[in-house]
Design a protein around this ligand. Structure first.
Ligand code: A3P
Length: 323
């Protein structure tokens, strides 16, 4: 129903034009909506998801704040769910960026049309950066895997990604380089794409405590430390645990290897020259930088690190979540 969709999106655009917008974090230009900062480009899509995303309870959501490891989580979830359909030597992840294998809701809903997602196979894995508070009720009945990461590394990764995105834009859309200190100030105040970072994490953390069978809360650092254990956990949570035979045959290790930073970055499909991600000119390689824990030491002063740690401590106090 093209006319109905036109009306829906027109009304969202009207709404978004009245919301506060911050031009200090280009090219995201986050807008404040229901106490979170959403990149302006995706805000109408977020509203559409809130009202019109109606997943089946079998569907799975991969969620995280930007730059917390969602590319990795997508690859792992996709490889786990579809492990009986593809052999490792002829796997879609060898010829597709993980973002192509797991559709991103904000993009699916950003074409001024409400997509019919029920035509997709069941279960389908969807990715989103939306907060728990912004998800529609029906999405809360899906299994949700949330990945979180130390805010210092998340911030550094986000700052680099912002620059990659800026460079990829055409000259007329290009803004000035975002100063690290300026970005740091904003991030610390909770103003960043998808922010506040802490409220984003807390929303899913609380859901995972309340309904552990529906929300799995993962930490990037712990996954790096022991990917095999976390892959087993992920498979169990997704309702497709590894069998004894699979364990014996080393399937768990094989999937970890397939999705590893080193393996994915070596693939032609994820290299720089393989540009143009979705409608941006962002190369697929932008989603891979270092893939390390603690790279913040190369960018943040001790004072900055202490400041972020103090905010983290204060924000997460009493929740049981820490970094
Ligand atoms: P760095 O910038 O610190 O390297 P997202 O996928 O949510 O956008 O997060 C991106 C971060 O995850 C980047 O961190 C990126 O390098 C890292 N990453 C991407 N793929 C990964 C993988 N397979 N294993 C570990 N880290 C990965």
């Amino acid at each position: 129903d093209i006319e109905r969709d036109e009306q829906i999106y027109n009304s969202y655009e009207k709404l978004t034009s009245q919301l506060p917008i911050l031009h200090d974090w280009p090219p995201f230009n986050p807008q404040q909506y229901q106490s979170f900062w959403i990149p302006a480009k995706f805000l109408p899509a977020c509203m559409a998801i809130q009202s019109h995303f109606n997943p089946r309870s079998s569907d799975i959501l991969c969620v995280g704040s930007p730059k917390t490891g969602s590319t990795w989580l997508k690859a792992l979830s996709f490889a786990v769910l579809h492990r009986h359909s593809f052999s490792l030597s002829d796997h879609p992840l060898l010829t597709n960026n993980p973002h192509k294998c797991v559709p991103f809701l904000e993009l699916l809903f950003s074409h001024r049309t409400i997509p019919d997602l029920n035509v997709l196979p069941s279960p389908t894995i969807f990715a989103t950066h939306l907060t728990a508070s912004l998800l529609p009720q029906s999405a809360l009945s899906c299994r949700i895997v949330y990945v979180c990461r130390d805010p210092k590394d998340t911030f550094v990764s986000l700052w680099h990604f912002t620059e990659r995105l800026r460079v990829s834009l055409s000259t007329e859309d290009k803004s000035e380089r975002l100063d690290l200190n300026k970005a740091f100030q904003l991030f610390s105040q909770g103003i960043s794409p998808g922010g506040s970072f802490w409220d984003h994490a807390l929303g899913y953390w609380k859901e995972s405590k309340r309904r552990p069978e529906k929300v799995l809360f993962l930490k990037y650092e712990e996954m790096i430390e022991d990917p095999v254990i976390h892959l087993r956990k992920l498979a169990e949570f997704m309702g497709c645990p590894f069998s004894m035979e699979e364990e014996r045959d080393g399937v768990v290790e094989d999937i970890v290897k397939l999705c590893s930073f080193d393996n994915l970055t070596e693939l032609e499909v994820n290299k720089d020259n393989n540009g143009s991600f979705e409608e941006t000119r962002l190369p697929a390689s932008s989603f891979f930088r270092k893939g390390k824990v603690g790279d913040w030491v190369n960018y943040l002063s001790m004072e900055m690190a202490e400041k972020l740690d103090a905010i983290t401590k204060e924000k997460l106090h009493g929740s049981g979540l820490s970094f």
